[in-house]
Design a protein around this ligand. Structure first.
Ligand code: ADP
Ligand code: MG
Ligand code: MG
Length: 916
């Protein structure tokens, strides 16, 4: 067919390869989609003249092609494109790939758009074989070095490409096992103690193991090696841990990874060589200090692997001031250039520094906030940018509990401080020791909290990490896998706690130099802000921000973290268009919400007010009454309670608007169901047991969510809303007499047709007029409705005629719109998300395509009929940043969320406005 011909031409005409070398690159930092983050930043660093070993990036389009075409590559890629790029490298470096005298060696590295630390594979020293290793030995005059490289290469290639791997994470790595056996036999502990001859034997043993275990031969031909490695990099995009990581981080599968092929530089050439990783600022606290770790005579991931304990960058300053100065210069170059905190990887080859990677550094919420604030103060970025740098959820970390200091101190005094590790992820966590993800899952199922305790973590552990409250590791530094991932997940983490002695097989944890023996399942507490590890449970205490704002136990001037928080909030308020209200039904909740910045109450659920003490009796009396007289009598008892509730709430909110929803749930929710309780209730009301039982049975509904509830209750029993409206207006009149003008917003739930709203409104107006006449007072009030039944959304033009405001009740709207019960969705939603049917849980983040369209249509029709119609959203979604951005895009007036989410909502609303 002619089309296929066209396709081939189009494919082979495409640029799949982008070269880079110091001072000149075909790509740049903006090309992440095509080159992946690593490739784009290698190009950018090269462009600004930083010392980057030359190489080329094979674009993500090749990866997409690979998966779209049954794991094959575009035609010409291995025939022309790659050989051409290789030839350029060879010319630039004066080396030849596979040459027996002066061989070019390569690293082959994966790199997706978003960084996925450690999820995909990298192969170093590619191009080595039995011939070229001798050349490298000759050239460097260092046979041990050459064989160390070869040993590493065969190991990486055997693992990544030829797939000789442990069956599961509890088994030892087959290569590590061989290495350990040789070390044991030789009586040495460090890799660096192995001699050339030892390394040769290990290489032989590796190759044999590959052959016997996989049936595959280790390829001697460098070109074959390269093709295998590139295939493996693209293949690693779909390995299990990468898939899990993508799910957790909402990275779509179609992005694909790029593949970077780069000339090797060697950190393992001897004592003047080394390798390291660093952050341009402290990634845990955000402090403006150079933070990093390095190892001399080491290669690749030795630093993060946690097998040798690395030195800190401040030690580099002492031991090698020249290199340190160079590195520090690059640090500020990079911060000035990227205007952000960067995470860098570097290698020193015989005293010369090379940059191997840079990317915007992952950081804790605390650090993100501090860095954004500091950089704004330093003039590197402006307020708007500072706000855009902070993910709203990160504010959680400022609100997160810390240990109760007294309890912690007494734990320390009584000898329960077990050890101190690195403070890799701030916050306080207590939970049961779990050595595996399975155990963490078990513990969580029982409603307990888990602390994942591992010698070191690897990408296989991410599931366990996400389940755990905190993560504790024996090995690894601030840039170890555990620390990096914990920070990203916002988990409490103590890393590199060397005093721990973990025995997985016995399920035991011992502490060096102590008699303590802890078992899996015992309680342990970790302080990710100080690095302390303590035995047993310790209760947690509120954060600085909470102490200033809510508890008022700390003065603002003594609270530096609060000061930053306060700036961020004030900047947010400057740019946001949405008002932020809260869902609250008690005065103390309202107080808390106001101190967090609530500008009103968007949802007061009156049913919560009927549960306490004698109220529930009066409520039950009302429900069980035989006739309207009986109901009225009971409602008269409830009235004073309701009036006081509203009075308290209005007072707490001052002049801010308060939306009160009339009684919503089905009545049976207020009744007992056990025989004993029903007997007791019957006795209390002096009624025969069977009458009460019958009445309760009569109230039974097959589908209470869709039964007699919401406005239907008031239409059948007008005396119920009448009592509530009376309480509302009486409370408002009382406040008016005290000099406060309150404008209550009375909200009718579960309206589906305008008639329902009209009938209920008549009741409201009738009662309100009567109360005002009695009180000889006038109160302005609004009557509006929730939009939570799809029919209401579809007929919003009609409904708007009878409403002063709409509030989108997205919980019910989602349930009814999706035909999916929130309380039963746990059964199937996880699988649904696995199938990508819904990317997010639609009860947490609004389903914008479906439910969002209902809201959009409703808002538009409502406003067409009544331009001044007030629009807001209540329900769980009101505190979700994506939903908030959506509400901003529809120009709603406000979002309403629970008090603790208000700071997040303020920032999210500002970001939505700034990004629009
Ligand atoms: P990751 O995405 O897991 O960070 P990288 O591709 O950055 O993987 O590779 C891991 C490490 O391998 C790097 O940090 C660096 O130490 C080493 N490495 C990669 N490329 C080279 C190279 N060209 N020369 C020397 N070392 C390299
Ligand atoms: Mg890696
Ligand atoms: Mg890297």
């Amino acid at each position: 067919m002619p089309t296929s011909k066209l396709n081939i031409q189009a494919t082979s005409g495409k640029q799949y390869i982008y070269n880079f070398s110091e001072g000149a690159a075909e790509g740049d930092a903006t090309m992440k989609n095509l080159l992946g983050g690593k490739g784009a930043n290698l190009a950018e660093m090269a462009n600004i003249g930083l010392p980057v070993p030359p190489g080329f990036t094979i674009s993500t389009e090749v990866c997409t092609y690979y998966y779209d075409h049954n794991k094959t590559f575009p035609s010409g890629l291995f025939e022309h494109d790659i050989p051409d790029a290789l030839a350029k490298l060879e010319t630039a470096l004066g080396k030849r790939f596979g040459d027996s005298a002066n061989p070019l060696l390569l690293s082959v590295r994966s790199g997706a758009r978003a960084s996925m630390p450690g999820m995909m594979d990298t192969i170093l020293n590619l191009g080595l074989n039995d011939t070229t290793v001798e050349a490298l030995a000759e050239q460097s005059g260092n046979p041990r070095f050459a064989w160390d490289c070869y040993r590493r290469f065969v190991q990486m290639y055997g693992d990544v490409v030829l797939e000789l791997r442990p069956a599961d994470s509890r088994q030892p790595d087959p290569f590590e096992k061989i290495l350990d056996e040789h070390k044991k036999a030789l009586g040495v502990t460090l890799d660096t103690e192995l001699e050339t001859e030892d390394l040769k034997k290990i290489v032989m043993a590796y190759k044999e193991a590959i052959k016997t275990e996989t049936g595959k031969e280790f390829p001697e031909d460098p070109r074959q090696q390269l093709q295998g490695a590139i295939g493996a990099v693209f293949g690693s995009w779909n390995n299990e841990r990468a898939v899990v990581y993508r799910k957790l981080n909402h990275i779509p599968g179609y992005w694909g990874t790029a593949c970077n092929v780069q000339a090797m530089v060697f950190g393992n050439m001897g004592p003047t060589s080394g390798t390291g990783v660093a952050f341009t600022r402290d990634a845990a606290t955000g402090e403006n200090i150079f933070y990093g770790e390095y190892l001399m005579n080491a290669q690749g991931e030795d630093v993060v692997a946690g097998t040798r304990t690395p030195l800190t960058i401040s030690q580099l300053e002492e031991e090698n001031p020249g290199i340190y100065r160079q590195l520090d210069g690059i640090r500020s170059r990079l911060e000035q250039h990227y205007r952000d905190m960067m995470d860098i990887e570097f290698t020193i080859e015989n005293g010369k520094l090379f940059m191997l990677q840079c990317r915007v550094g992952k950081r804790t919420g605390l650090a993100a906030i501090r860095i954004a604030y500091d950089m704004c103060m330093e003039g590197l970025i402006d307020e708007k940018e500072a706000l855009l740098r902070i993910e709203p959820q990160q504010l959680n970390q400022l609100l997160r509990p810390v240990f109760d200091q007294h309890e912690k101190q007494s734990a320390i005094d009584s000898g329960r401080l077990l050890a101190t590790g690195l403070n890799a992820g701030p916050g306080a966590a207590t939970g049961r020791i779990c050595f595996s993800a399975q155990k963490a899952e078990e513990v969580r199922k029982k409603g307990d909290t888990a602390i994942l305790v591992r010698i070191e973590t690897s990408p296989e552990d991410i599931k366990g990490m996400s389940l755990a409250e905190g993560i504790l590791t024996e090995r690894g530094g601030m840039t170890s896998h555990a620390a990096l991932v914990a920070r990203q997940m916002g988990k409490v983490c103590v890393a590199g706690c060397g005093a721990l002695d973990i025995d997985y097989s016995r399920g035991e944890l011992r502490i060096e130099g102590k008699n303590t023996l802890l078992k899996e399942g015992d309680y342990i507490s970790i302080d990710g802000t100080t690095g302390e590890v303590l035995q047993g449970e310790i209760s947690t205490r509120n954060s600085e921000v909470i102490e200033v704002l809510a508890d008022k136990t700390l003065k603002p001037e003594e609270a530096p973290t609060w000061n930053i928080f306060d700036h961020i909030m004030r900047w947010s308020d400057k740019y946001r268009k949405l008002k932020i209200r809260t869902n609250a039904d008690q005065p103390d909740q309202a107080d808390l919400a106001v101190s967090f910045g609530a500008e009103g109450i968007g949802l007061c659920r009156t049913e919560h007010m009927f549960f306490g003490g004698e109220r529930i009796d009066a409520m039950r009396e009302m429900i069980l009454a035989d006739d309207i007289e009986g109901r009225k009598k009971a409602l008269d008892k409830l009235l004073p309670y309701q009036r006081d509730d509203f009075y308290g709430l209005f007072r707490a909110m001052g002049s801010r608007p308060v939306t009160i929803r009339l009684l919503d749930p089905p009545l049976h929710e207020f009744l007992p169901h056990g025989d004993k309780e029903i007997e007791a209730l019957a006795a209390k009301f002096g009624k025969p047991y069977h009458d009460v039982r019958n009445r309760i049975d009569n109230l039974h509904e097959f589908n209470p969510m869709l039964g007699l509830r919401g406005c239907r209750l008031g239409i059948l029993h007008p005396e119920i809303p009448a009592m509530q409206v009376r309480a509302i207006i009486e409370a408002a009149c009382r406040l008016k007499k005290e000099g406060h003008d309150i404008i209550p917003e009375i909200m009718v739930p579960l309206v589906g047709t305008v008639r329902e709203l009209e009938i209920t409104s008549e009741i409201i107006h009738r009662v309100a007029r009567r109360v005002m006449a009695e009180q000889e007072s006038g109160v302005t009030y609004l009557v509006g409705t929730m939009i939570e039944v799809p029919r209401a959304a579809m007929t919003s033009g009609d409904i708007a005629k009878a409403a002063d405001f709409f509030s989108y009740g997205t919980n019910d709207l989602t349930q009814m719109g999706l035909g999916m019960s929130r309380d039963d969705s746990g059964q199937f939603l996880p699988s649904y998300q696995n199938y990508d049917i819904y990317q997010h849980n639609p009860f947490e983040s609004l389903d914008q395509d479906g439910i969002g369209r209902l809201i959009q249509l409703s808002a538009k029709e409502g406003r067409t009929v009544k331009p001044e119609l007030k629009l807001g959203i209540c329900g769980e979604h009101g505190g979700d940043p994506d939903t908030i951005a959506f509400c901003h895009s529809l120009s709603l007036n406000y979002v309403s969320c629970s008090p603790f989410r208000i700071p997040i909502a303020r920032l999210a609303a500002a970001r939505a406005a700034l990004m629009a």
